[in-house]
Ligand binder design. Structure first.
Ligand SMILES: NC(=O)c1ccc[n+]([C@@H]2O[C@H](COP(=O)([O-])OP(=O)(O)OC[C@H]3O[C@@H](n4cnc5c(N)ncnc54)[C@H](OP(=O)(O)O)[C@@H]3O)[C@@H](O)[C@H]2O)c1
Length: 214
């Protein structure tokens, strides 16, 4: 049976899954809770939430890196603002938005976006079997299918910067069985987003497209 870690106040939200998944109650930076949640797991999916002001994201990431079984596939979520190799190309507007959001979140004690950066740095340095899925802006709605991805923000396929939330989750689950994504930080976009469709059209016409997977 699969399972998940969940804050006590949110356990009721998982009621419809009762009997189908095991729920470990506790904060995801609580190492004892994580130890119990990941025991015996083949794969661990972790939402890195840069919320609160007590290093929640980096403590969560560290707990999973330290405590998941040795051969477990580890898949983490974050945003496009995370860069692995410094080769991402961001618009000035994007960088300004990240800077303002980081400052505002910290001022009102809502969250620490820079702690998600620290969390990912630790993951990138790890030899565990990790994938860091970098999400674009999200929208609600039914699944459009598996998002497409690229190694670097700024690549034309990602230009639309929009993914359905449910498809972000779909990509994380699919990554578990995709060994090509081990030690990758794919930046994703919805497969029916205009930039993804335009890229698919180019591929069809020119039968090329190294660096992008769909
Ligand atoms: N939102 C976007 O547009 C966007 C864009 C790109 C990437 N992402 C990435 O997508 C992932 C999900 O982001 P999201 O914005 O959609 O987050 P979210 O759903 O608002 O929050 C994610 C989880 O964090 C928990 N949480 C909320 N407040 C908390 C607190 N104060 N202390 C501890 N846990 C708390 C919630 O758990 P409960 O279920 O217990 O409430 C929730 O399930 C993140 O990794 C984010 O970096 C988001």
């Amino acid at each position: 049976m699969g399972g998940g870690g969940c804050r006590e106040r949110s356990v009721a939200k998982l009621g419809r899954f009762r009997g189908r998944i095991a729920v470990v109650t506790g904060r995801t930076d609580d190492r004892d809770a994580i130890r119990r949640a990941v025991a015996g797991c083949d794969a661990v999916l972790t939402v890195l939430a840069p919320l609160g002001v007590r290093k929640y994201a980096s403590r969560t990431a560290q707990a999973v890196l330290d405590l998941a079984p040795a051969r477990a596939r580890l898949v983490f979520s974050c945003g496009w603002h995370i860069t692995r190799d410094g080769q991402d190309r961001y618009s000035r507007l994007f960088l300004t938005a990240v800077k303002v959001a980081t400052w505002v979140a910290r001022m009102v004690h809502y969250g620490e976006i820079d702690d998600q950066v620290l969390a990912c740095r630790r993951i990138f340095q790890s030899e565990r079997l990790w994938t860091v899925v970098r999400g674009s802006n999200l929208e609600e709605g039914e699944s459009m299918g598996l998002p497409v991805w690229s190694r670097h923000v700024g690549d034309p396929i990602l230009r639309s910067n929009i993914t359905r939330r449910v498809d972000f989750a779909l990509f994380m689950v699919a990554a578990v069985d995709n060994d090509a994504l081990i030690h990758e930080a794919p930046a994703i976009v919805g497969c029916l987003a205009p930039s993804a469709l335009a890229h698919a059209g180019v591929l069809t016409r020119h039968r090329q497209g190294e660096g992008c997977e769909g």
